[in-house]
Design a protein around this ligand. Sequence first.
Ligand code: SF4
Length: 438
Amino acid sequence: MAERKGKYPTEPLKCWEKAKKIREDYYRNYATAHERGGLRWAGGAWSFDAIPAGLGEDVYPLTSEPYGASCAYNKPFSLRCLEATEKAGYARDLCAYMRNYWGSILLNEYVFGGPFPKPDFLWQDHICCSHAKWYQVVSELEGGIPHFCIDVAVGPETEINENKIEYIVGQMHDGIEFLERVTGRKYRDDLLIKAVKNHFRSTSTWAKVCELNKNIPAPLDEKTMYSLYVLGTLHKSSQVVADFYEELYKEVKDRVERGIAAIPNERCRVMSDTQPPWGFLGVFRYLEKFGCVSIGSLYTFGLIGAWEVDENGEWVHRKTPMERGVTINDRDSALRALAEWELHKPEWQHFYSPQLKSEMMIRIARQWKLNGVMLHYNRGCEGLSLGIAENRLALLKAGFPVMIFEGNMGDEREFDMTRTMSRIDAFMETLGMKKEFD
Ligand code: SF4
């Protein structure tokens, strides 16, 4: 029989509307930048967005992956984008975000309304095989937009050395010369330093928020977290995002202290992996019927969050360079601190070995006290799905039950909701969970 009263109190997040507004302002400000004499640039969610910030306070980015996800969420629009890309001759097994994004350009339609707002320059970095190529095509489709890409694929954090940092910092310096040349603007190091410090604050604080989900009951569920982590993928170096995450942290900490839960009947905890099928987030609400909460994932925690292992072996938020007493007072020290910081990004590590990803996942499964893991065999993202079957084996060996489901984060033609629900039913049965809650 369906249970009505939850064992934990729940309440909506107070800062929810603010998060929505930041996202709306971001996409509107980008589209209307030229009306105010400002600049527009496009690049990946992992690009060093603090660097173009030195061009002035009227410079607005459009990051590609969240934009692709917004297209995917709008299923009819996404289908038209994907078909336009295929018609133009691009293969259907390429990155699904990239195909949505290219389709939006080919159709000349911005998913938020109006024509696609053409960027003034492209600013990207490259670790996934799609990154530089994504913007090479964007440049070609838009008639030759200036494009700069930084190669960050220098190896995992365990092998960082001075030469590798120097290699990235050298490209960043070249990139600033590129930015000055293509925009005709004089670069301001004071704005760079401010943006770099905001970047550290945003990424460290997001990890602090995720750490709070170690608590039982979890104060946040993964579906809610998607609407919050996205701000870091949009503009992690902006003051508004860094300040918002600090406000969010205070609110989530308060939820923990008052015992406010994400779902009222938590009795089972899982995590997912890689991007979800964005058009089908109802999967997470379905879990709640079993009293199951997805507390996040390596993806949700580590795409933007900055982490480190403390002296007790716990995965905790990474202390900012400012907290460590690192001096950041000129262009070179800012770029160096930024390069070094980003080389520790969790989601960059497993491009080099599935074992590195398995270690992080097992650490989360233990420290966030999970009952099981749901792995999305995501055909839309070869970057983050790389080695995922190896991760499954490692998780099983570590004693965690694993459910897999196939799908695609940005191509609804490759996701079967009914079949996925059936798999969840079977998985929940193996975990001893019944569908008992409304
Ligand atoms: S990591 Fe995934 S989403 Fe990002 S560019 Fe590569 S394939 Fe696309």
